[in-house]
Ligand binder design. Structure first.
Ligand code: MG
Length: 375
């Protein structure tokens, strides 16, 4: 079997990047790359496709992953948009391999630890942003079957100096009020996570982390800017509130310092940019050497989300997978199989390869730019 072409499509309104890999035996693989400017162009760039993919056997997934990394420069080291494109192609190669062998992707990744993948729903309180409105949305989301929920605590720009990262005493009190109000209305066994979106100083966000320790959050995510592992380690070691980070890191090498320093209690790689499914499992295994759970970041369409489910099923330390699109009509109709989410979980597909089928008519209607996908 040989790869004959690689194509991509950029959807809208959410700029999901889908990648299709065709073969000379009629098997087609589908993957999804994290959206970012130019990712759908990079995925079909001849330096990637001609040098590493066209004419090659798609079933040598890990070899082609290495070849893609070295196709554009001898260093073979990439982050950013190039690694996102490679991640989406890698998923498509697994889809082809699974179809060729007649098994689901999770089987190829070593088999499954679980039959369904637990999701957490990323929520927004709406325009009002009172403690009551947060609690109302939290309760309503729980009622829709999710036993894990996440909210952002982003300060309003008018309430802070956006450069010094400090939090006023009023905002600290507000954050604690909001989190406490949500925790109070949720079932004690429903997990609540909070994302601080990299805004704050260690000293100030620790005031919040200390105050909510007895609320048993699932995690506090990205409490400080992401670049400094030492600073993140200080936060993690200073509070009983679990700290989660990692959605901006690429490949196992990007996670090594974070994990070896035990600078997070939970890691959240985005598999559609961190390197795809094999690399996602390697990152999970690296973290598992320190008994750190895996909770992947995910804002993908159902294609990338179900791909992530295969890696989550095959990783012992999987905790929960992010979901962002509860009432998004395109998310709910982009696969032929509808209603993928039941009671806050996705049942692991059993069909060969990815195991779900793109509804090409829905994709066509949502297409912003087509680089050969439907040719
Ligand atoms: Mg986040």
């Amino acid at each position: 079997m040989k790869i004959t072409s690689v194509s991509s499509v950029l959807l809208e309104p959410i700029p999901w990047v889908l990648i299709k890999v065709n073969t000379d035996e009629g098997i087609t693989g589908l993957g999804e790359a994290y959206h970012g400017a130019g990712v759908h162009h990079i995925a079909v760039d001849a330096r990637l496709t001609q040098r590493a993919l066209i004419g090659q056997d798609p079933r040598n997934v890990d070899k082609l992953f290495r070849d893609m990394m070295s196709s554009m420069s001898a260093s073979g080291f990439y982050q950013g948009a190039v690694m996102s494109a490679i991640s989406g192609i890698e998923m498509a190669l697994w889809d082809i391999t699974g179809q060729a062998l007649g098994v689901p992707i999770w089987q190829l990744l070593g088999g499954k630890f679980r039959d369904r993948i637990r999701l957490y729903n990323d929520c927004h309180a709406g325009d009002e942003e009172t403690a009551e409105s947060y609690a109302k949305v939290a309760k309503a989301t729980e009622a829709r079957g999710f036993d894990a929920i996440k909210f952002d605590i982003d300060p309003k720009p008018t309430q802070r100096d956006k450069y010094n990262r400090c939090i006023s005493n009023n905002d600290i009190a507000y954050f604690i009020d909001v989190i406490t109000a949500m925790r109070d209305v949720l079932d004690p066994n429903t997990d609540l996570a909070i994302d601080a979106h990299w805004f704050y100083t260690p000293a100030d966000i620790l005031k919040v982390a200390y105050a909510i320790e007895d609320l048993n959050l699932l995690w506090l995510e990205d409490p400080i800017p992401p670049e400094n592992v030492d600073a993140m380690a200080k936060i993690t070691q200073s509070t009983r509130t679990p700290i989660c980070t990692g959605e901006n890191l690429y490949t196992r090498h990007g996670f090594r310092e974070l994990v070896q320093n035990q600078a997070a209690d939970i890691i959240c790689p985005d598999l559609a940019k961190a390197g795809g499914l094999s690399e996602g499992c390697r990152i999970a295994d690296l973290a598992d050497m320190y008994y750190i759970p895996l909770a992947p970041h995910n804002i993908s369409s159902p294609i990338g989300t179900v791909h992530a489910c295969h890696a989550c099923a095959a990783s012992q330390n999987f905790l929960v997978l992010e979901f962002h699109h509860l009432d998004n009509e395109i998310w709910n109709t982009l696969t032929v199989e509808r209603e993928l989410i039941k009671n806050g979980h996705i049942d692991l597909p059993t069909a060969p390869g990815l195991g779900v089928t793109l509804d090409e008519e829905v994709a066509r209607k949502s297409t912003k730019e087509n680089l050969g996908f439907f040719d």
